[in-house]
Design a protein around this ligand. Structure first.
Ligand code: HEC
Ligand code: HEC
Length: 170
C-alpha cells in the first residue's frame, strides 16, 4: 500500500483515541474529589469524615455539629465545588453512609480500606466482581469468608464494585 493511504487512517485513529480519553476525563472519581478538595481541612478519608461528621435525617444528610443540610451547605459555596461536583460528592457520601460501615467493622481488621482493597485486588469481568490474582468470584467466595450475614453479601459486592467505577455523567 502506498504510504499516503495511511495518513488519513492515522488521523482517524488519533481523533478516535482523543474522543475516548475525553470521555474518561469527564467522569469524576469521588474518592479523589474528596481527598483533594475536602481532605486537607477534614479527615483525609471520606469514610472517617462520614462516620464522624455526618448524620442522616428524613432522607437528607446533615452536619453533626452544625446541623446544616449538606447540599445547601455545599451549594452556598463551602468547598468551592461546581454543581456537578456537588452531586458526585453527595452521592458518594450517601453511599458510604448507607453501606453502614460493614466493611469497616468486619473487614478492615485484615484488609485495607475498601477502596484500596478493591482497586488493588479486584476487577470486573463480564459484570462480575472477580479476584484479580485468584480469578475468584467474590460473591461466591464471601459466602464462606468474612462472617457476613447472607443478606449482607450482595450489598458488600455492591459496595466493592462501586469502588471500581467512578460514576458516569448522565
Ligand atoms: C479550607 C478548609 C475546608 C475545606 C476545603 C472544606 N471544609 Fe468543610 N468545614 C471546614 C470548617 C472549618 C468547618 C467547621 C466550621 C463551619 O461549620 O463552617 C467545616 C464544616 C463542614 C461541615 C459541617 C460539619 C458538621 O459537623 O456540622 C460539612 C458537612 C463539611 N464541612 C463538608 C465539606 C466537604 C464535603 C468539603 C469538600 C467539598 C469541605 N467541607 C471542604 C473547613 C473546610
Ligand atoms: C481474619 C482476617 C480476614 C477478615 C476479617 C476478612 N478477610 Fe478477606 N481475606 C483474608 C485473607 C488472608 C485473604 C487472602 C487469602 C486467600 O486468598 O484465601 C482474603 C481474601 C479476600 C478476598 C479475595 C481476594 C482475591 O484476590 O481473590 C475477598 C474478596 C475478601 N477477602 C473480602 C473480604 C471481606 C468483604 C471481608 C469482610 C466482610 C473480609 N474479607 C474479611 C483475610 C480476612
Amino acid at each position: 500500500m502506498p504510504r499516503f493511504v495511511w495518513l488519513p487512517i492515522l488521523f482517524v485513529l488519533i481523533f478516535w483515541a482523543g474522543g475516548i480519553t475525553g470521555a474518561f476525563a469527564q467522569a469524576i472519581d469521588p474518592h479523589q474529589l474528596y481527598e483533594q478538595r475536602c481532605g486537607s481541612c477534614h479527615t483525609p478519608h471520606a469514610g472517617d469524615f462520614v462516620h464522624n461528621s455526618l448524620v442522616r435525617f428524613n432522607a437528607r444528610i446533615f452536619g453533626r455539629e452544625s446541623r446544616r443540610e449538606l447540599r445547601e451547605f455545599l451549594a452556598s459555596g463551602h468547598g468551592k465545588m461546581t454543581p456537578d461536583e456537588i452531586e458526585t460528592m453527595i452521592t458518594h457520601l450517601t453511599n458510604i453512609l448507607q453501606s453502614g460501615g460493614v466493611f469497616k467493622n468486619k473487614c478492615t481488621v485484615c484488609h485495607d480500606r475498601a477502596v484500596e482493597f478493591a482497586r488493588r485486588k479486584l476487577f470486573i469481568k463480564n459484570g462480575e466482581l472477580i479476584g484479580r490474582y485468584t480469578n475468584r468470584n467474590v460473591e461466591q467466595f464471601l459466602s464462606a469468608h468474612g462472617r457476613l450475614e447472607t443478606e449482607e453479601i450482595s450489598k458488600m459486592v455492591e459496595v466493592l464494585t462501586r469502588q471500581l467505577i467512578p460514576p458516569q455523567k448522565k
